[in-house]
Design a protein around this ligand. Structure first.
Ligand code: TXA
Ligand code: MG
Length: 322
């Protein structure tokens, strides 16, 4: 345990921590990451222990540009180059055949490594200055809601990290879309910050497998993820409310507040119904509702298109069955 968590914008302080095999909270456009030297097993083990994350759940490796992938991967399929050129830096993670430079612990023994170039000026600057890539899962305790502000990281992991690089609130707000290539097919393993419609304009037809539990290598597929401590139920608000006392519930509405619940017990994702704004607000809103003095969180689905699909995926995983 450390006495004072250090939050700031100093790339030098972040580098000093990373060079000492320690972990640092870093901003990205999706969510904050808990970063360590991806080539240093000591740093990577520290990431797993700080997050209390099982070692069978592999980590994403962050680099500053596609060129930096060369020593980490055996080859890059044409389809991956096209996607990287279109979406990097950005909320896209590519699963590629790895070299042995990457420790087994990072990929949980898989022969593929997850690579991403995050789109945040501070973190890109940090990655450019480092001679190694950064392994970084989201900077939340395993299973809890992902952090979209530096204070979220400080509240939960503040005592465990060497430094938090404060890059302001995350602009996308949900994790990257994870894509891999199998038998000449482009496969989406996790819905995320790039909408399927957008991905398809570059990749062509997609195979979407985000709910596969049969494949032990399937990323982000663990149930009960992104979850508040309070039970959260998702569905038709009117119907769900018949079963609960108004005092016991907080509401996560998409754009319209529920008329029979006080405003103080509600959060709206986007009053204008903008999907990007809704995604940006999702995790912070869930945290606020989780801190309210109520017993349950009731949420409604977002429209199921664009980023709404990724929002609904997170709501599904965060919720309990009614
Ligand atoms: O937007 C994001 O992707 C954020 C920021 C920090 O970059 N990171 C993130 O990491 O969401 P994490 O660890 O919370 O989720 C990464 C997912 C995991 O569920 C893991 O299963 C999958 O990516 N993954 C990582 N490496 C993999 C690999 N080699 N093969 C299959 N899945 C992998
Ligand atoms: Mg995560």
């Amino acid at each position: 345990m450390r006495q004072h968590v250090k939050i700031g914008k100093s790339i030098e302080e972040a580098i000093a921590c990373l060079n000492a095999s320690d972990v640092v909270g870093i901003p990205t456009e999706t969510v904050y990451g808990l970063a360590g030297n991806a080539l240093d097993e000591k740093a990577v083990s520290r990431i797993f222990s700080v997050k209390n994350r099982p070692t069978f759940d592999p980590l994403i490796v962050h680099i500053s540009s596609l060129e930096k992938a060369a020593p980490l991967v055996q080859y890059i399929p044409e389809a991956a180059i096209k996607l990287a050129n279109a979406f990097w830096p950005g909320p896209l993670t590519l699963l590629l055949p790895r070299t042995l430079l990457i420790p087994d612990l990072v990929t949980s023994g898989s022969d593929r490594v997850a690579l991403r170039v995050p789109n945040h000026p501070l973190t890109l600057e940090l990655l450019q200055q480092l001679p190694y890539p950064l392994a970084a899962p989201s900077a939340n305790p395993f299973g809890y809601i992902s952090p979209t502000m530096a204070t979220h990281v400080a509240q939960q992991l503040g005592n465990e990290v060497c430094y938090i690089l404060d890059g302001g609130p995350c602009q996308i707000g949900i994790e990257s879309t994870i894509v891999g290539f199998e038998n000449n097919k482009t496969v989406v393993y996790r819905l995320g910050g790039i909408a399927l419609e957008e991905l398809e304009t570059v990749a062509g037809p997609l195979t979407v497998l985000p709910h596969s539990t049969s494949n032990p290598q399937a990323p982000g597929m663990l149930q009960s993820h992104y979850a508040p401590r309070k039970p959260m139920l998702v569905g038709d608000l009117d119907k769900m409310m018949e079963q609960y006392n108004t005092n016991d519930i907080a509401i996560l509405a998409f754009k319209t507040p529920h008329p029979s619940v006080p405003a103080s017990q509600q959060r709206l994702l986007s009053a204008q119904g903008h999907m990007e704004e809704a995604a940006r607000n999702l995790f912070a809103a869930m945290r606020q509702l989780d801190e309210m003095d109520v017993k349950y969180i009731l949420a409604e689905w977002a429209p199921d298109h664009g980023l709404g699909r990724a929002i609904n995926d997170r709501l599904r995983r965060a919720s309990v069955q009614p």
